[in-house]
Ligand binder design. Structure first.
Ligand SMILES: [Zn+2]
Length: 249
């Protein structure tokens, strides 16, 4: 079990179980024991557990600006037994509730699309019927209507895309038995890695043993490189301060 995990800033997005391990690599490459993560019973059933994270997680957060970054939905396929799957289904937000949430979000985002779509329809209605059959009519109007229609359709597609998170059910007491963090990598050690917290000690032990090749340990080369960067920063600041002091005399 890794004790160096930066769990403080993960408060609220990670269940605070005492059994914790930090593993490198993507979620889909995890190996799970054939036992329920919640109660430890033997099982081969899997439940896709989805979580919504900021897109600029891990080392990317250092490069992120204040502008809207969007989000990503990550899925882990966690083993649960039939009884625990049934309990999860009971506790989980209903599909109808999730759709209501999504439709509410989509309606608000649809609003800006009304203007280009309305204008496109208006343009199409202004086209006069051709005087002779077979004559091309309203070429410019059609082209403009196409452009405005396309931008309206783009806004509708964005509304659909941007409300995917509404369909992710809130975690239940069952899915919280095995929890995972977003990517917590650093600039200098930026291979993807996550922290996993587990309620059941026996499950945690089996899970850690199966993934022991991927347990993260700080790379000494990366630590040294980070130290060098900090020293360079301090030297630069000191030189800048001395230069400023000399110039101000
Ligand atoms: Zn179970």
């Amino acid at each position: 079990m890794s004790g160096t995990a930066p769990v403080d800033r993960l408060n609220g997005i990670l269940a605070p179980h005492p059994n914790r391990v930090e593993l490198t690599g993507p979620l889909r490459s995890l190996t799970f024991p054939d036992r329920c993560a919640n109660c430890g019973a033997a099982t081969t059933g899997r439940l896709p557990v989805r979580k919504v994270f900021a897109r600029s997680a891990g080392y990317r957060r250092w490069a992120s600006s204040r502008r809207y970054q969007g989000y990503r939905i990550d899925t882990a396929r966690v083993p649960y037994c039939h009884a625990c799957l049934a309990r999860d289904a009971q506790e989980r937000d209903s599909l109808a509730l999730r759709w209501r949430r999504r439709l509410g979000g989509m309606l608000i985002r649809f609003f800006p699309a009304v203007f280009p779509l309305g204008f496109a329809v208006y343009l199409l209605t202004t086209i006069e019927p051709p005087t002779h059959p077979g004559d091309p009519a309203g070429g410019l109007e059609r082209a403009l209507a196409f452009v405005f229609g396309l931008s309206g359709a783009g806004l509708l597609a964005y509304a659909w895309w941007d409300t995917r998170d509404c369909m992710v059910p809130k975690q239940t007491s069952v899915t919280l038995a095995f929890d995972f963090s977003p990517d917590v990598s650093d600039i200098l050690d930026h291979a993807q890695r996550r922290i996993y917290t587990m309620r059941d000690a026996a499950f945690a032990e089996a899970f850690t043993a199966l993934n022991r090749d991927r347990i993260w340990r700080p790379d000494p080369a990366a630590v040294r490189a980070e130290k060098r960067v900090w020293i360079a920063c301090v030297v630069f600041l000191a030189l800048a301060a001395i230069t400023a002091a000399v110039l101000n005399r």
